[in-house]
Design a protein. Structure first.
Length: 317
């Protein structure tokens, strides 16, 4: 139990330090994203500067690199990247500087604590932290971080400098709960590159005590893949059918990328009822029609893929 508690506290400390960047992240999340050519934005003071950049083809499925540059080069930091829209919404990854990552990997743990005790590689604190948080909800970290705040509230009477750290952590946790409430679906990872299509906001904070507010920010967007993507109907429909008969047909569309069907590919559908000569005045609905009439069904790839719309006429008797 002692080793698990120690690791939990370490994990919470890592998260709490990264949370120092949250106020700036939260303030910027609602603003329009700039062009990718201006994605990296750095803030500098007399001691240290941090710059986050997203380089490469920022399109779903294409390689790109999210990197952190610091001045001086050996500045230790913790970064946070959050997905704010699209398929990326709810995604969070913590980015550790090389020295912190190396230090955590140098502290071994018994292999029996691994999710795969039969693995040949050495098991260490870094691997255990990654095992704990990868894919889990942010609320898991919030609960552990609360425990660290409680510990600091006690220790600050003996180490006065902890008072500011404790207060800063409390404010950070409040902001995290505001912008990533526990009820919202989210997933957190350690040292992972974001891949899903959507908008992101990221920040990194220096760990030197005098530069806790020195942060670099980045705003970037991963575009849905469109090249080589097409949508087609899963099944051709008869000239007319009743609403009951429609249940026996596959009325959906299929997403294909580079000649391969995308399993679970997302498609948006709209149905517009024709109204004689002025069809453009017809009413539009999202659900499959059940009332008699002639409708235009339109489908378009969504999520990580984008394509031209396809349409067809459906007649319900």
């Amino acid at each position: 139990m002692k080793i698990k508690r120690l690791i939990s506290l370490l994990l919470a400390a890592v998260f709490a330090l990264s949370a120092a960047a949250t106020p700036a992240l939260a303030a910027s999340a609602g603003s329009a994203l700039p062009d990718l050519t201006t994605a990296g934005v750095g803030e500098t003071n007399s001691v240290v500067s941090i710059r986050l950049t997203a380089d490469g083809d920022l399109t779903y499925g294409s390689p790109f690199t999210l990197s952190v540059q610091t001045t001086p080069a050996d500045t230790q930091y913790i970064g946070v990247v959050m997905g704010t829209s699209g398929e990326a919404q709810g995604y969070v990854t913590l980015i550790l500087s090389g020295k912190i990552r190396t230090l955590l990997k140098m502290i071994p743990l018994p292999k029996k604590m691994s999710a795969n005790p039969e693995q040949e590689e050495e098991f260490n604190i870094y691997a255990y932290i990654k095992q704990l948080i990868d894919g889990n909800d942010v609320s898991v970290l919030l609960r552990v971080a609360d425990e660290v705040v409680s510990v600091m509230d006690v220790l600050k009477f003996y180490i006065p400098t902890l008072k500011d750290v404790s207060t800063g952590m409390k404010l950070s946790l409040e902001l995290i709960r505001k912008y990533l409430p526990e009820g919202v679906f989210s997933r957190i990872y350690l040292d992972e590159q974001p891949t899903e299509a959507g908008s992101y906001v990221g920040g990194a904070v220096a760990l030197e005590s005098g530069d806790v507010n020195t942060a670099g920010m980045a705003f970037f967007r991963i575009k849905p893949k469109s090249a080589g993507v097409r949508v087609y109907w899963a099944q051709e429909l008869p000239a007319s059918m009743t609403a009951a008969e429609a249940q026996n047909y596959n009325v959906t569309a299929v997403v294909e990328s580079d000649g391969q069907v995308v399993e679970g590919g997302k498609v948006t559908y709209t149905y517009k009822k024709k109204s004689g000569l002025f069809d453009f005045l017809g009413t539009t609905q999202s659900g499959f029609p059940t009332e008699p009439g002639e409708y235009v069904q339109t489908a378009k790839a969504a999520g990580n893929y984008s394509s031209s719309e396809i349409s067809r006429t459906i007649v319900i008797q």
